[in-house]
Design a protein around this ligand. Sequence first.
Ligand code: BES
Ligand code: MN
Ligand code: ZN
Length: 495
Amino acid sequence: MNYHFEPSTNAANLHTDCVVAGIYKHGKLSSAAAQLDTASQGAITTHLEFGDFSGEKGRTSMLYSLPGVTSKRVLLVGMGEKDKLTQESLAQITQAAVNLLKSSKANNAISFLTDEISSEFMQAAVRQSITAVADSLYTFDSFKSKRDETPRTQLEGWTVAHTIAGDFSTAVSQGTAIAEGMCVSRDLANSPGNVCTPTYLAEVAQELANSSNKVDINILEEGDMEALGMGSFLSVSKGSEQDGKMIILQYHGGKAGEAPFVLVGKGITFDTGGISLKPGNAMDEMKFDMTGAASVIGTLTACVAMQLPMNVIAIIAAAENMPGGKASKPGDIVTSMSGKTIEILNTDAEGRLVLCDALTYAERFNPAAVVDIATLTGACITALGHHTSGLLSNNNSLAEEVLTAGKQASDEAWRLPMGEKYQDQLKSNFADMANIGGPPAGTITAACFLSRFTENYPWAHLDIAGTAWKGGAAKGSTGRPVPLLCQLLINRAGA
Ligand code: BES
Ligand code: MN
Ligand code: ZN
């Protein structure tokens, strides 16, 4: 799919397979629709007078061969009430348009749907309209044997156009990069656990490094981690036949010596719970337990595509959590790279065990800030459901940055508190800390555990347990929080 930007143009004079224009509630014409109406001597108004289509949000109506209009197709899209138009509803509206177009014979389209969003949100809206198009076109059929029977869309080009002046080509190219990053992340997360192993994640990361001279890679094998004293990480990976890997990707987009922004991803390629075995119901979804890692790889892919002028490091803690003769047992005590000891009371709280050593390792890069991304707790789904990621942080200004980026990208997070009282829940009679804090406030105590390894830099933690994937009939990765992370980095880089 190709994405472009076309400034200050007249909707009636475009050489394209389809012009996409908005109609507000009660048949009120957008500027682009008004241009089409004028050129066709009222054909749009006449169409609306039939009353079949009145601009209800997300409704669509395709018109053909309007007199005076160059494009043979005009797709009218219901925008709802003009003053209620938000970025999020714009994404839904865009998807309604693409859903209709992808089954048509149109090879390309020019869309005016972002034309009238208020100017302060326009950059973000344009970016998001691109990711919305990509989302509608996303398919994952690499594991279907009869791939060719599924009808393929002919839609190959999408151009964002405005009747007004203003250059949004950067927003289009950033949106394209974010869409690509989301696609990389979704493909990885959707891949089954027998394919997407820690070794596979390392191979994908290696390919990313090979594709750009700005990206270096270093992969720590279990022997290397042993030498570094990463006893907490290894207590998880040793239960599996699959070798654990700590994958470090460095993107050098900024000046040499400039403090990097570090992203740490939980990469549990399958979480059985270990000896504290999970119940069987929907256990297949624990293949998505590496979405933190996938989002970090996707975000770095986008950084390369955007040529973001900053240094970004991704650390991926990749392991499989299995029961077995070598697996950790409840009550086992391990020593983390930081020297702190951990009593493993529940082997299903494995994410924090692999992350804590990655977070300690991050110190050697003297990071400007560290954000970890993890499908860490079921409790986060109970607290925030599937719409909002959990955010916990030891630094108010970094937390604000993350929240703002989430709002701008419509990939929202909500901050939860941390504090001494919650820290107390992690007390162990036998080690420096336990790896669980009991049933109350499970998302907070998980973050409290991580906070003991992040004292030396500004740190934020995103719990994406509820937002990383959808279950049920639409089961699959969402690509979140790649939009939030990319927006955060775009803001940091001032790009
Ligand atoms: N990967 C899970 C968290 C999870 C569960 C994410 C369901 C999405 C859906 C994590 O490793 C885990 O098992 N957490 C435990 C922690 C508990 C043992 C303290 C949980 O949430 O039950
Ligand atoms: Mn678990
Ligand atoms: Zn897990």
